[in-house]
Design a protein around this ligand. Structure first.
Ligand code: GTP
Ligand code: SPV
Ligand code: MN
Length: 593
């Protein structure tokens, strides 16, 4: 079937890619329900997808990835530019032509015997001045069905692109799912993304991390806006006034959960409501009112399953009751799903994420429990199914942001919350973020690594230029968000989390918003402003004074050691590292004494 578009350059590109990949057929997706039904039936017949119990989970599907393909592979992800310094030093870099040449070999005949699907998609509402369009060519129905949920997809996108419009050229083939030949390549100078030999979300849903962060960050730098790894949420006050926040935490560090938190019992009387406008990515621009406005470019959530339960995230539990694709969770014998931290007791028997029989008491050869669900198992769900979705979720203008919140997993060092003194200091705080590695990416779990703005894996250009862009945006925005840092993950001497997290995080947001309005004083410390103990409302919470003291503790000795790590990191960025951030480091050292 030929695509319904007059865009000759698009037709020529599809033809050229098809000549290389050699599919048996080409199918242009129109985004219709009939198409979804046909593709689902096809994927069920080949086993690419499994139908879940339609009484318990209507419209829900199940998928297992290959065993070697369960998380983003940052070591195989490249930014390919002509000049090395335009991409490095944080990214893996290859010269543009070399990147193409290497991948052409892997794409050659990769779709033989398969259908090439042409998926027109929009990041941001179709027709919005902020929307960016893309076409993803893929040989995976799983990818097509996920893109249907995660993006605005279909014929209306082709109509919006028209005969001459710009679009990001995205090519994906699962090929043989060969780890040795897996590559996730970005060519920002050509507005092109190539991904081969993977079938895992972040590597293959090319609108998400590849376009909406890596390519978009490059575009944002050029065009004067920002693409960030941030959730967007609104806190509504009893007088119906809503304040919006955006928060950046590294992968699997709590964005989805914070974006849809439920106020804890103790704060219920205050009458707050929380509205979710985004759970992973924000695009931010200067508004006419001099504030920074945020749009969520995505239409769905690709969320972490383990730990999601009626007690931690009831909104998400309700959202995933229908029309959801579950990946690498445990498949129960009744055709429903389960994962570690689900809340329900584990089933007596099921098939684990690898497809093997599973029982809860199973142990591996080291005597450790065998996980039923992969630690990075996920669900894909339309954001509109989240009960507390914001009515602004596809407002082309977005929402005005009062505060930026940064945070990571730090067992020590970082207090529960502190506020930067101004934008430049806030940029320093965000640029020096660090977090323990999670299952969302390959590598040694738990190792602390620097992850500026939670964007380390996602900045599509030179990191020094990225910091400079942040500093420049601060100068351009007359009334920028106030910048805070939080840490929900501080541990005690028994290695237990000291802060309850989840809904109780609203207690910290309450202080943050009070600071934004200028309603509450704070204590000045060498690292920034911290709350007076009485200003965090602990009503109904079983966290004692001593624990709060430990959660807020700032150990000057440890912070001095941290400064040495920051200095080393900054120096590693090289020539393009802005001097302002070295100055911030020097002042912090002075304040620490
Ligand atoms: P990505 O989708 O990878 O970008 O992750 P995310 O930042 O959206 O993380 P998510 O909210 O899915 O949380 C990841 C894991 O952290 C889940 O297992 C959560 O249950 C857990 N988590 C989230 N918030 C908190 C919290 O406040 N405290 C604690 N202890 N755990 C949390
Ligand atoms: C992340 O890893 O930050 C995610 C999941 O949000 S993925 O889309 O796979 O990158
Ligand atoms: Mn993410």
């Amino acid at each position: 079937m030929a695509g319904k578009t007059e865009h000759q350059a698009m037709h020529a590109w599809v033809k050229e890619m098809a000549q290389m990949c050699n599919p048996d057929q080409i199918h242009w997706c129109d985004g219709s329900d009939e198409e979804r039904r046909k593709l689902t039936a096809e994927a069920l017949s080949t086993g690419e997808l499994i139908e879940l119990n339609q009484k318990l989970l209507p419209g829900c599907l199940y998928h297992r990835t290959a065993l070697n393909d369960v998380a983003r592979t940052e070591n195989l992800t490249f930014v390919c530019t002509d000049k090395e310094e335009d991409a490095t030093p944080v990214n893996n870099w290859k010269p543009r032509e070399e990147g193409y040449a290497e991948c052409r070999k892997f794409f050659k005949d990769s779709m033989k015997g398969r259908v090439m699907y042409v998926v027109p998609f929009s990041m941001g509402p179709v027709g919005s001045p902020f929307a960016k369009y893309g076409i993803e060519l893929t040989d995976s129905i799983y990818v097509v069905l996920n893109m249907r949920i995660m993006t605005h997809m279909g014929q209306n996108v082709l109509d919006a692109i028209g005969a001459n419009g710009d679009f990001t050229k995205c090519l994906h083939s699962k090929a043989q799912l060969d780890l040795e030949k897996r590559r996730i390549m970005h060519f920002p100078e050509d507005n092109t993304i190539w991904s081969v030999n993977s079938g895992y979300g972040g590597n293959v849903l090319l609108g998400k991390k590849c376009l909406a962060l890596r390519i978009a960050s490059w575009l944002g730098k050029t065009e004067g806006w920002m693409a960030e790894h941030m959730l967007i949420l609104g806190v509504e006050y009893p007088d119906s006034h809503i304040e919006y926040l955006a928060a950046a935490f590294p992968s699997a560090c709590g964005k989805t959960n914070l974006a849809m938190l439920v106020p804890p019992e103790g704060l219920k009387a205050k009458g707050y409501k929380v509205w979710t406008a985004g759970d992973d990515i924000a695009w931010l621009r200067l508004g006419k009112d001099g504030r920074l406005w945020a749009v969520n470019p995505e239409a769905g959530c690709f969320g972490v399953a383990p730990g999601t339960s009626m007690s931690t995230n009831p909104n998400m539990m309700k959202a995933v009751e229908k029309n959801t694709i579950f990946t690498n969770v445990l498949l129960k014998d009744d055709g429903a799903v389960w994962w570690e931290g689900h809340g329900d007791a584990p089933p007596a028997h099921g098939k684990d994420w690898t497809g093997k029989d599973w029982t809860p008491d199973e142990k591996d050869k080291d005597g450790k429990p065998v996980l039923g669900a992969n630690a990075n198992s996920r669900f894909t769900v339309p954001i509109k199914q989240v009960p507390c979705v914001s009515d602004k979720v596809d407002d082309p203008a977005g929402v005005p942001i009062s505060a930026f919140i940064f945070g990571g997993r730090r067992a020590r060092l970082a207090p529960l919350v502190y506020q930067s003194t101004d934008w430049e200091h806030g940029t320093y705080v965000a640029a020096t973020m660090a977090s323990e590695r999670t299952a969302a990416q390959y590598g040694k779990q738990g190792e602390v690594r620097r992850d500026p703005m939670a964007m380390s894996p996602f900045v599509g250009y030179n990191m020094g230029d990225y910091f400079r862009h942040w500093l420049e945006m601060g100068r351009k925005v007359p009334n920028p968000p106030k910048i805070f840092h939080v840490n929900w993950f501080r541990r005690d001497e028994n290695n237990k989390f000291m802060w309850p997290g989840f809904g109780d995080n609203l207690r910290v947001l309450e202080w943050i918003l009070a600071r934004c309005r200028g309603d509450v004083d704070a204590v000045e410390t060498p690292i920034g402003f911290v709350p007076k103990p009485e200003d965090i409302d602990l009503t109904g919470l079983d966290v004692g004074k001593e624990t709060m003291r430990k959660l807020m503790d700032i150990d000057k000795g440890e912070w001095k050691i941290e400064c040495d790590g920051v200095e080393e990191y900054f120096k590693g960025i090289g020539e393009r590292m802005p001097k302002e951030l070295f100055d911030q480091l020097a002042s912090l050292r002075k304040r620490l004494g």
